[in-house]
Design a binder for this molecule. Sequence first.
Ligand code: NAP
Ligand code: ZN
Length: 352
Amino acid sequence: MQKTIIKAYGSLASNKDLKPLDIERRSVGQEDVKIEIDYCGVCHSDIHTVRNDWKGSVYPVVPGHEIIGRVTKVGAHVKNYKVGDIVGVGCLVDSCHTCSSCKNNLEQFCENGATFTYNSADKHMPKQQTYGGYSTDIVVDQQFVLKVPENIDAAAAAPLLCAGITTWSPLRHWNVKKGDKVGIVGLGGLGHMGVKFANALGAHVVMITTSPDKGRDAKTLGAHEVLVSKNQEDMAKHRGSFDFILNTIPVGHEMDPYIGLLKIDATMVLVGAVEPLKPFHGGGIIMGRKRIAGSLIGGIKETQEMLDFCGKHNIVSDIELINMEDINKAYDRVTSSDVKYRFVIDMASLKN
Ligand code: NAP
Ligand code: ZN
């Protein structure tokens, strides 16, 4: 198969900064869409993978799964996309299409192993793993390409492809509706989208944060109240009052204080801490029939529905646009909870 060499940014080891790399992309097959990348969001998962926090990273790691770009070529069997279309690619680039998860539009849970946009075994190029959106171009199976509404800003739409769907999917799955009291824990990339979506769905939104100085922003983003989790008195006032909590904390943490906030029969969904949690008291969930659940991004159909909702309601991310060479500084700011509220890389800076 004919391949092309393109420019990218990646890391060669868990303790190394990201730097310019040349990588290979496959040529465009019959089912493929080739995309010139304009913008790529910076997700905390990119950092976890570069730093091998979850183990299993294979180097070089080229992160990036919040991709927006323009179609530059399509394969013979591609029906829904043409050269020039603005499109998106999220966390998934392939799955088996035959298992029950795939048949139920849950490709993220493909029973034969979904192919993630980076650091997955690449079915087309067996000698390498998949490389993500910190690169000039990407070639993706048409079934994993998303249509981006034309009325929303392309750079600010990039984070919808991961932060957007990861918060939208649990809010929809647990049927968050008008009047529900919803807590969003952690005001970062995911959390700020959670606030926007919960507000748009009509919920009473409480931003639960460790950073009192983010309170004013939280309200601008759509929170009705701000609860500083370190303030015991305020935590006590909200005890037993939440219908639903979406927890985006990126590391293992004490769960008991958040469980205490839930009403009887209410659920807290974890999306951030993909690692051992600190022990929590069983009594906290037994007394009140409470539930703790998890959620992983969302399927392709649901991602398109989320993008269409964003087009209709004019919802995008609040971003700081950076150049590719500023990525290592951006990583330091994300890990110190100092992102407002998603970094997006202007990929023109890599091309030039
Ligand atoms: P982020 O931008 O860094 O935001 C995380 C926020 O959590 C921080 O801004 C901070 O908000 C809060 N926080 C950080 N450390 C904390 C601690 N020790 N205790 C309490 N709060 C803390 O990260 P992100 O990109 O939103 O991603 C969040 C997590 O979700 C990451 O672990 C990421 O890998 C994961 N993720 C999961 C999925 C999925 O499908 N399940 C998808 C994407 C990302 P405050 O300052 O407001 O406290
Ligand atoms: Zn992500």
